[in-house]
Design a protein around this ligand. Structure first.
Ligand code: Z5A
Length: 214
């Protein structure tokens, strides 16, 4: 029930082109069909300040940015998203659907940039010790397939998309390791399948994991 109860935080994770943005629309509609009010966000971004930080992070001109700067900017954006959007909406009883959250920092900065989980978990403790996703859907695709999908969009690559294959492979393995270590929070979806099959798998995960809370 929305209103008096805290809303649910659902996060979407995965490598480039896994289908998170596509899935977000489907999840939102599924929840709304059940009478829920859903607020969407994305990271980095979601608020005016965080969107400005996103521009710096994705700009290919920021090519000299070091991994610690990158991590701190991710958490600066996240902190604003939490203050302005995530916490107030959860407290108002609305569900928040976020395209990426701290697991992306674990995968991209922790595994991809090889900072390890220590600094990520430390910042997570500082920034949101009070907030953990109720459910995290990890859309998993091999790096090549994700890149192929992104390539078809015909949009200029952002700073992350210019990285080498090894970086994306570490990210994929980082995500899968996280999912394995927190099986109660994560559901891994095989996102290589046709869209209708992926959507069915997502619906099943929502029903199984959140059914009783709705
Ligand atoms: N980043 C980070 O490093 N650390 C952090 O803490 C956070 C983020 C939070 C911005 O993310 C960047 O920030 C990101 C990680 C880093 N790296 N990059 N770039 P983003 O989420 O904005 O960017 P993204 O991951 O590149 O998203 P994306 O490319 O938009 O991918 P997507 O949302 O997962 O995919 P999509 O747009 O839904 O689908 C891609 C295409 O595939 C599209 O044409 C779809 O129609 C198609 N598609 C989707 N599903 C299917 C299926 N099942 N079959 C066939 N085709 C499909």
């Amino acid at each position: 029930m929305n209103g008096s109860q805290r809303g649910l935080l659902i996060t979407l994770e995965g490598g480039e082109g896994a289908g998170k943005t596509t899935a977000a629309g489907h999840i939102r509609a599924w929840l709304e069909d059940r009478g829920r009010t859903v607020v969407s966000s994305r990271e980095p971004g979601g608020t005016p300040i965080a969107e400005q930080i996103r521009s710096i992070l994705l700009d290919p001109e920021s090519k000299d940015m070091g991994p610690i700067t990158e991590l701190l900017l991710m958490f600066a954006a996240r902190s604003d998203n939490l203050d302005q959007l995530i916490r107030p909406n959860l407290e108002a009883g609305f569900d928040v659907l976020c395209d990426r959250f701290t697991d992306a920092s674990r995968a991209y900065q922790g595994a991809g940039r090889e900072l390890g989980l220590g600094p990520v978990d430390l910042l997570a403790q500082v920034v949101h010790s009070d907030v953990t996703p109720d459910l995290t859907l990890l859309l998993d695709v091999p790096v090549e397939l994700g890149m192929e999908r992104v390539g078809k969009r015909g949009v200029a690559p952002n700073r992350f998309e210019l990285a080498k294959h090894d970086f994306f492979e570490r990210i994929r393995q980082g995500y899968l390791a996280q999912a394995k270590s927190e099986p109660d929070r994560f559901v891994v979806i095989d996102a290589t399948q046709p869209l209708e099959v992926v959507e069915k798998a997502i619906e099943q995960a929502l029903e199984t994991r959140l059914g009783k809370k709705l």
